[in-house]
Design a protein around this ligand. Structure first.
Ligand SMILES: *[C@@H]1O[C@H](CO)[C@@H](O)[C@H](O)[C@H]1NC(C)=O
Ligand SMILES: *[C@@H]1O[C@H](CO)[C@@H](O)[C@H](O)[C@H]1NC(C)=O
Ligand SMILES: *[C@@H]1O[C@H](CO)[C@@H](O)[C@H](O)[C@H]1NC(C)=O
Ligand SMILES: *[C@@H]1O[C@H](CO)[C@@H](O)[C@H](O)[C@H]1NC(C)=O
Ligand SMILES: *[C@@H]1O[C@H](CO)[C@@H](O)[C@H](O)[C@H]1NC(C)=O
Ligand SMILES: *[C@@H]1O[C@H](CO)[C@@H](O)[C@H](O)[C@H]1NC(C)=O
Ligand SMILES: *[C@@H]1O[C@H](CO)[C@@H](O)[C@H](O)[C@H]1NC(C)=O
Ligand SMILES: *[C@@H]1O[C@H](CO)[C@@H](O)[C@H](O)[C@H]1NC(C)=O
Ligand SMILES: *[C@@H]1O[C@H](CO)[C@@H](O)[C@H](O)[C@H]1NC(C)=O
Ligand SMILES: *[C@@H]1O[C@H](CO)[C@@H](O)[C@H](O)[C@H]1NC(C)=O
Length: 880
């Protein structure tokens, strides 16, 4: 008997384990079946295979759970951002315990997959950011168990069906950024569990805000912005929203007054009703919630004043935005010293009052905009003590008195606008705000000289000092700056205008200074007389420099001779070579070849480039670099190897190198067409737009590869159109990359510095930071892109006039004419204008003076490619 029992038990447990095994197999099969209908271009589902030994619970995106001692089962599938498409097969519902399915950020292109309602355990369904289209079917109510539904960022259209109200388990309802139309009244009464409601960015909705939303006592986030909601909020709308933390009703058509908020929203963190037509008074109860960090009422019809008593409770506010309303009375002075405040915007109101010196207590303040009010105040010394401030803009007010010496001391300060006030006295010297981009002090009563220290601010781009009482001359040093706007009109300035500040500027920016002189101005300068003192002094200096140069040349030539004769003696012993490509050439051949008159040598920074005809008949280019620091053979080999291993269609191949203690020869593949710079320099540069765009994309891809894909990540550091070679198909290839690794950082910097004090390909901040960054490369790329768009060389001499770099030239023209069309290369048909303007916008961002604003090269590639796909659709006919 006992044995029978144990046999039975054995049998049963065998059966059970078979069953378990079986259930495991079937989950595997279910997943494999699901996979068969999915298109997986990135092959991320490669682990989903019955040929591997990996347990399906360990496959990509699968999470298994188990209950107590029960078997493992698939509980969650997360396949996010994998470019998946195809069909979401209902077979997945055979996983009876699947509770979370997240296929967000893919490219599934189909209606709402209703059949997933068969998944009986499904709690979360996230299909955000796909290409789901069609209407929400009435049968949506079949998803009885769903708690979280996220269909945001798709193309779902039509009305929300009434049956949605049956989903009374919902905690998250997100249909934001779709094309839903109609009204939404009356359907949400059953959503008592809701935590998140998002119907934002549905431009075809036309609805009042349903009153029942106000009764969702668990709701924490309500996002209805930018969806055409109109009308007034019901009087006690906020009464039931006891858990509300984030409210965004901005960019709608709401009218009327805000309902009372007193003590009602204890957990509120962010409150945004901006860009509506809401009127009445500041919502006084808002600050009862001590947790409020962000308050945005801007661009409405609020009026009345805001008292300090109210603000006193909002001690945690970080963002205070009340601009573009009709607020009046004294600005609540406590706002200026809130301990966490970062952003204050109150422009375009009728606020009065002072900016108190206690503003220094707002130690995290970053951004202040109070233009166009009636503030009547001195510029407080306390403001200069805030280390985080990057923008202070208070034009069109009644600020008076002298500017304190620390007015621009914040190391982050980028924008100061104090125009149209009553400031007086001298403009203090500015030294500490090395990031200042824009300074406007126009229309005040400043006297004295233009501070020379302005010329030392490396990224200063917009300078407006017009309509003051400034005297003296315009400091010559300002020529150093890449100014896009320079306005000193209507002052009492005198003397010679530095020539580069005249060329390319409209005369009106200098007008109203009768004592200024220079070419193009009503007065020519007295000292233009050729026998003037300064000119003969200049001649004398020239002669001295000439003699000194001749001496240096002599010494150099002599030294060179010595080196060469020494080298010739022990050629074979000193030279070492490493080839990464089967080159049948000896060092000896190379040196002989480069000696020959026949080999073309042309300049370039870091050394000359020679085209060498190898004995095999093959052509290679050889760049000869001085081995400044006498890099050791081992270091050199490692560094060159790193560069030579790069294989990308937009990067010139390094075939090998040889070196002695004095020189390094880098051997590159030879591209007979030459460089983009050569083409740009020709007068008839006439590449059609699609070819230019293709070149820009290629360059961007090459850089993006160096920055992000190649290991180790590299910087080019020397991008210019002369370093972009073109192959027979006009495919660009970057050369001269990573030379810093070969010559060493110090030598690299001194060569760059000696080349020209401010090469116009070099990002402005590089001059003072000397730090190599991706953003430097992006800037250089932007310059090349502007060359392609304008057809101008980066630095172009307009007959006789001083050179203007293309970035300056573009910025100035855009500023003046208020239209980008003027800077586009006129040789390209107007057919391509739209795209050129878009490319121009990219070029301007890449050459932003603020490095953080420049896009990454990967972003640039993406944006240019999307332009290119338009081009090829429009005019496939153009070919070179
Ligand atoms: C693996 O799956 C494929 C298709 O699902 C099936 O044809 C094949 O027989 C399976 N192989 C094994 C070893 O289970
Ligand atoms: C999944 O992989 C981990 C780590 O490799 C392993 O410890 C675990 O046992 C695997 N799970 C299953 C169900 O095979
Ligand atoms: C993913 O899809 C995007 C958009 O369709 C495409 O640009 C990208 O190249 C795809 N990535 C891969 C790896 O297929
Ligand atoms: C899995 O689903 C089945 C069928 O719905 C159910 O009977 C079982 O209890 C579930 N198991 C777990 C652990 O939830
Ligand atoms: C759905 O997935 C997206 C993309 O990852 C994510 O941002 C979003 O928070 C998810 N939705 C929910 C409700 O978790
Ligand atoms: C709320 O749910 C009940 C029962 O589930 C249903 O009868 C009613 O129609 C629902 N109300 C709305 C507004 O959908
Ligand atoms: C507000 O309503 C007016 C007319 O009623 C309409 O012209 C306007 O586009 C609406 N604005 C928004 C943001 O919905
Ligand atoms: C303030 O707004 C209210 C409501 O829109 C209006 O009745 C009142 O006249 C306004 N007050 C002022 C001084 O403009
Ligand atoms: C100044 O603000 C008023 C409203 O207070 C507005 O009407 C006016 O256009 C603004 N002026 C400027 C120059 O923005
Ligand atoms: C400039 O100074 C003159 C006299 O020195 C004075 O008459 C004039 O009002 C001043 N202009 C401004 C804008 O301060």
């Amino acid at each position: 008997m006992a044995t029978t029992t144990s046999k039975q038990t054995l049998f049963l447990s065998l059966l059970l384990s078979l069953f378990l095994l079986n259930s495991a197999i079937s989950e595997t099969q279910i997943l494999l079946q699901f996979k068969t209908s999915i298109e997986d271009p990135m092959n991320v589902l490669s682990s989903w295979s019955n040929t591997t030994s990996i347990h399906h619970c360990n496959w990509t995106g699968i999470t298994c759970s188990k209950k107590n001692e029960g078997p493992l089962f698939v509980s969650s599938i997360t396949l996010q951002s994998f470019n998946l498409s195809g069909e979401i097969s209902p077979s997945i519902c055979n996983l009876v315990n699947l509770s979370h399915l997240n296929l967000a950020d893919n490219i599934f292109n189909q209606p709402i997959p209703l059949h997933l309602s068969q998944c009986e355990s499904l709690v979360t369904l996230n299909l955000s950011n796909n290409l789901i289209w069609g209407t929400i079917p009435e049968q949506i109510s079949l998803f009885k168990s769903l708690e979280v539904v996220d269909f945001s960022r798709n193309h779902i259209e039509g009305k929300i069906p009434e049956t949605i109200g049956l989903l009374n388990q919902l905690k998250v309802f997100n249909f934001g950024s779709n094309l839903i139309s109609g009204g939404v009244q009356g359907y949400f009464g059953n959503f008592t569990e809701l935590l998140v409601l998002d119907l934002s960015h549905n431009p075809f909705l036309v609805s009042e805000i349903p009153a029942e939303i106000g009764e969702m006592s668990k709701l924490e986030m309500l996002f209805l912005q930018s969806s055409n909601f109109y009308g007034e909020l019901v009087p006690n709308f906020f009464k039931g929203l006891k858990s509300l933390k984030f409210l965004d009703l901005s960019q709608n058509n709401l009218t009327g007054n805000l309902p009372e908020i007193n003590l009602l929203l204890p957990n509120l963190i962010s409150f945004d009703v901006s860009e509506n037509q809401i009127s009445g008074f500041f919502p006084s109860g808002i600050c009862e919630a001590q947790s409020v960090a962000s308050l945005s009422l801007h661009t409405n019809l609020f009026n009345g004043s805001i008292s300090n008593d109210l603000i006193n409770k909002c001690r945690n506010i970080e963002k205070f935005e009340v601009q573009n309303n009709g607020f009046n009375g004294n600005f609540p002075s406590l706002v200026w010293s809130l301990p966490k405040i970062k952003l204050i915007r109150a422009e375009n109101n009728m606020f009065s009052g002072e900016i108190p010196d206690t503003i220094s207590e707002a130690a995290q303040l970053e951004h202040v905009q109070i233009d166009n009010n009636s503030f009547s105040s001195v510029f407080p010394v306390g403001l200069g003590k805030i280390r985080t401030l990057y923008r202070f803009s208070a034009s069109l007010n009644g600020l008076y008195g002298e500017l304190p010496h620390n007015f621009c001391d914040s190391p982050l300060m980028s924008i100061i606008n104090l125009s149209h006030n009553f400031l007086s006295g001298k403009i203090p010297e500015v030294r500490k705000c090395r990031k200042l981009v824009s300074l406007s002090l126009a229309n005040n009563s400043f006297i004295g000289k233009i501070p020379e220290s302005l010329a030392d601010l490396p990224v200063l781009t917009y300078l407006d000092l017009s309509q003051n009482n400034l005297t003296g001359s315009i400091p010559q040093e300002l020529e150093k700056l890449k100014l896009a706007l320079f306005n000193v009109s209507y002052n009492q300035l005198s003397g010679r205008v530095p020539s580069s500040l005249i060329s390319g500027l409209p005369a009106s920016f200098l007008q109203g200074n009768p004592k200024l002189c220079g070419p193009g101005l009503p007065n020519s300068c007295f000292d233009e007389n050729p026998i003037s003192k300064s000119s003969s002094f200049a001649k004398f200096t020239c002669a001295l420099v000439f003699i000194a140069l001749a001496f240096v040349l002599f010494v150099f030539a002599f030294g060179f001779y010595l080196i060469r004769s020494h080298k010739r003696k022990c050629e074979s012993s000193v030279w070492k070579s490493v080839f990464f490509y089967p080159l049948r050439v000896t060092e000896h051949d190379l040196i002989i070849a480069m000696d020959e008159k026949a080999s073309r040598g042309f300049g370039g920074n870091f050394g000359r480039v020679y085209v060498v005809n190898l004995p095999s008949g093959e052509l290679v280019s050889v760049k000869k670099i001085v081995n400044f620091v006498g890099q050791s053979s081992k270091t050199l080999k490692n560094e060159v190897k790193t560069l030579a291993k790069i294989r990308h269609k937009n990067i010139v191949k390094i075939l090998g190198f040889c070196h002695s203690d004095e020189s390094i020869f880098l051997i590159y593949e030879y591209l007979p067409k030459g460089s983009l710079g050569d083409f740009l320099a020709k007068t008839g540069f006439d590449f059609p737009w699609n070819v230019r765009l293709k070149i820009a994309i290629g360059i961007a891809q090459g850089l993006a590869y160096l920055h992000k894909d190649y290991i180790p990540h590299l910087l080019h550091r020397n991008l210019k159109s002369n370093n972009v070679l073109l192959d027979d198909d006009f495919q660009p290839k970057l050369t001269d990359f990573g030379l810093d690794r070969i010559v060493g950082e110090n030598a690299f910097q001194s060569i760059v510095a000696s080349e020209s004090a401010a090469s116009c390909y070099m990002a402005p901040e590089y001059g003072h930071t000397k730090k190599a960054t991706e953003q430097n490369d992006t800037y250089s790329f932007g310059v090349v892109l502007l060359e392609l768009i304008t057809g101008r060389q980066a630095e172009e001499n307009e007959s006789g006039e001083p050179s203007v770099d293309v970035v300056k030239w573009v910025r100035r023209n855009i500023n003046i004419t208020n239209g980008a069309l003027k800077v586009l290369d006129p040789k390209i048909s107007s057919f391509s204008q739209k795209q050129m303007v878009e490319a121009l916008e990219i070029g301007l961002r890449c050459t932003s003076v603020v490095p953080e604003k420049r896009p990454s090269m990967c972003e640039v590639v993406r944006e240019l490619q999307s332009l290119y796909s338009e081009t090829s659709l429009q005019d496939g006919s153009f070919e070179v």
